[in-house]
Design a protein around this ligand. Structure first.
Ligand SMILES: [Zn+2]
Length: 317
């Protein structure tokens, strides 16, 4: 469920607090959450590493680690600083929150309540006395250690997914002519295509519906059927929705909170998502709910018409 704006908000709340800190200890309470290595090996590998940066790509958080002691020890002169990238035997940590993962920065004795206590799976101790806890009530999220066993199938799959992520919907150079070209060659329905992380990265079910509503495009339109003007409007809608959602620190409809446990406030700004039966804020027609590619999908049947395919225009809602 955390989509680009939520993961970016988590990154922004955590980065000033954890970047530059050294990991002084790791407790892996549920081994299945760490992928690519065993729990003891993972704790041993990253203890002593310094968090050099916290990046985001799509819905993934990437904790870049450097290993000063090992890097210096392996340097022939003994005085060289650690270089970019993992030192031999080291690696980065890729966090995929999936449905309900939370990465929480807190004091070591902080009691985050019975539910979070029960679902705390990995705890990093930092050299300033704080902790970074991975909490997940749904158990779908994972921490991938890139320095782990490359033959590990789950680790390899995650790294491939990361390598194949499409461009970010508004940052990273996806201009609208490029977007238009990308759409023109695809016959897929627009909603499942926007959800395909190898096409554009970071959009999930909530923001896809919001972007399509704002652009006035029916979720079942074929991508290649969008006119140049529609592609431009959709491109602009993606940028606006994502930017506004980041400004409001994301949408908390279920479990999402930022790195300090605070909820986001974009939920009140959602125009169609979760609003079946309510009046469309633009035309007053009842918002409809349908299922597209197995995902609950909200749209306004009047503002978002399936005009180009008359035979299918009576969408089942
Ligand atoms: Zn409407």
């Amino acid at each position: 469920m955390p989509e680009l704006p939520e993961v970016e908000t988590i990154r922004r709340t955590l980065a000033p607090r954890v970047v530059g800190r050294t990991i002084t200890g790791v407790r892996v309470l549920s081994p299945k959450f760490v992928v690519g290595t065993g729990p003891e090996e993972f704790a041993e590998a990253v203890t002593g590493a310094r968090i050099k940066g916290l990046d985001r790509r799509g819905k993934f958080l990437i904790m870049h680690l450097e290993y000063p002691k090992r890097a210096r020890a392996s340097s022939p002169c003994g005085g060289e600083e650690a270089r970019d990238g993992p030192a031999p035997g080291g690696g980065d940590i890729i966090v995929h929150l999936k449905m309900a993962g939370q990465l929480l920065w807190c004091a070591p004795r902080a009691d985050l309540g019975p539910t979070r206590r029960r679902h705390t799976h990995v705890v990093f101790s930092l050299d300033d006395g704080h902790e970074l806890r991975y909490v997940d009530t749904r158990h779908f999220g994972r921490l991938y250690f890139t320095g782990g066993d490359v033959a590990d199938r789950a680790l390899r799959r995650a790294l491939q997914t990361l390598a194949r992520l499409g461009p970010e919907p508004c940052q990273g150079g996806l201009d609208w002519p490029t977007f238009r070209e990308m759409l023109a060659s695809r016959k897929a329905r627009i909603k499942p295509l926007l959800l395909d992380q190898s096409f554009v990265s970071g959009l999930g079910n909530i923001y896809t519906d919001e972007c399509l509503f704002r652009a006035g495009i029916h979720p079942l339109r074929r991508a290649s059927s969008l006119s140049e003007a529609e592609a431009r409007v959709l491109h602009r809608a993606m940028c606006e929705v994502i930017r506004e959602a980041i400004e409001l620190r994301g949408t908390s409809v279920r479990d999402y909170v930022d790195g300090e446990g605070r909820e986001g406030s974009y939920a009140g700004r959602l125009r169609v998502y979760g609003r079946a039966g309510e009046a469309c804020p633009r035309c007053g027609t009842e918002i409809a709910r349908t299922v597209v590619g197995g995902r609950g999908t909200y749209f306004c049947p009047r503002c978002q018409r399936l005009g180009e395919e008359p035979a299918r225009s009576r969408t089942n809602v």
